[in-house]
Design a protein around this ligand. Structure first.
Ligand code: IMP
Ligand code: MG
Length: 184
């Protein structure tokens, strides 16, 4: 895979090992996922799409536009340690969605599932909120996690077991704005 010439500009000179998913790969897959999600949910029933920040912000922005039915969008910031403000069981909700989950279909959008810790801590908290359904959509899944509290119904790509950056994914807050996904 040829590395686009502007990669060094984009990364501030950092060498990326290789491009794992190009902008085109991602766009194609996100379009497919949007179509599947659109078809999955019954017409006329509320769908709330909840993005896990920060990593999902670009994926969610693209995915939301490929879901061809009415949706509401909210966000959630969870932290297992650090300076959270609201402690809800084992997970700290640094930002808890304003929207009520009660009686609505809830689709949780995650950038990447690695160890599964985030999802395993979050799902039990969200399960108590009376959603009509609770599903998980992840752009990337490393498939190294032990069985999850909730397996993702939609996965963009089974990712290589490498550290990935770009398209929302960071390394020390850098590289989130790369339009492709690369291995560092
Ligand atoms: P988990 O809790 O181990 O499943 O990890 C989930 C979170 O860790 C993701 O939402 C990412 O923010 C981060 N993460 C895991 N793997 C990577 C990676 O390869 N690159 C960048 N961030 C990652
Ligand atoms: Mg991160």
């Amino acid at each position: 895979m040829a590395i686009p010439v502007d990669v060094h500009e984009r990364t501030g000179g950092q060498n990326v090992r290789r491009i794992v998913y190009t902008q085109e790969d991602i766009a194609r897959r996100v379009r497919e996922m949007g179509r599947e999600i659109t078809e999955h949910y019954p017409r006329g029933e509320d769908l709330l799409v909840v993005g896990l920040l920060k990593g999902s912000f670009i994926f969610l922005a693209d995915l939301a536009r490929e879901i061809a039915r009415p949706i509401h969008v909210d966000f959630l910031v969870a932290s297992s340690y650090g300076s959270g403000t609201v402690s809800t069981g084992e997970v700290r909700m640094v930002y808890d969605p304003e929207a009520s989950l009660t009686d609505r279909h809830v689709l949780l959008v995650e950038d990447i599932i690695d160890s599964g810790t985030t999802i395993n801590r979050l799902i039990p908290v969200l399960e108590k909120r009376g959603a009509r359904s609770l599903e998980l959509c992840a752009l990337l899944h490393k498939r190294i996690a032990p069985p999850l509290a909730r397996e993702a119904r939609w996965v963009g790509f089974d990712a290589p077991k490498e550290f990935l950056i770009g398209y929302g994914l960071d390394h020390s807050e850098n590289y989130r704005n790369l339009p492709f996904i690369a291995s560092l």
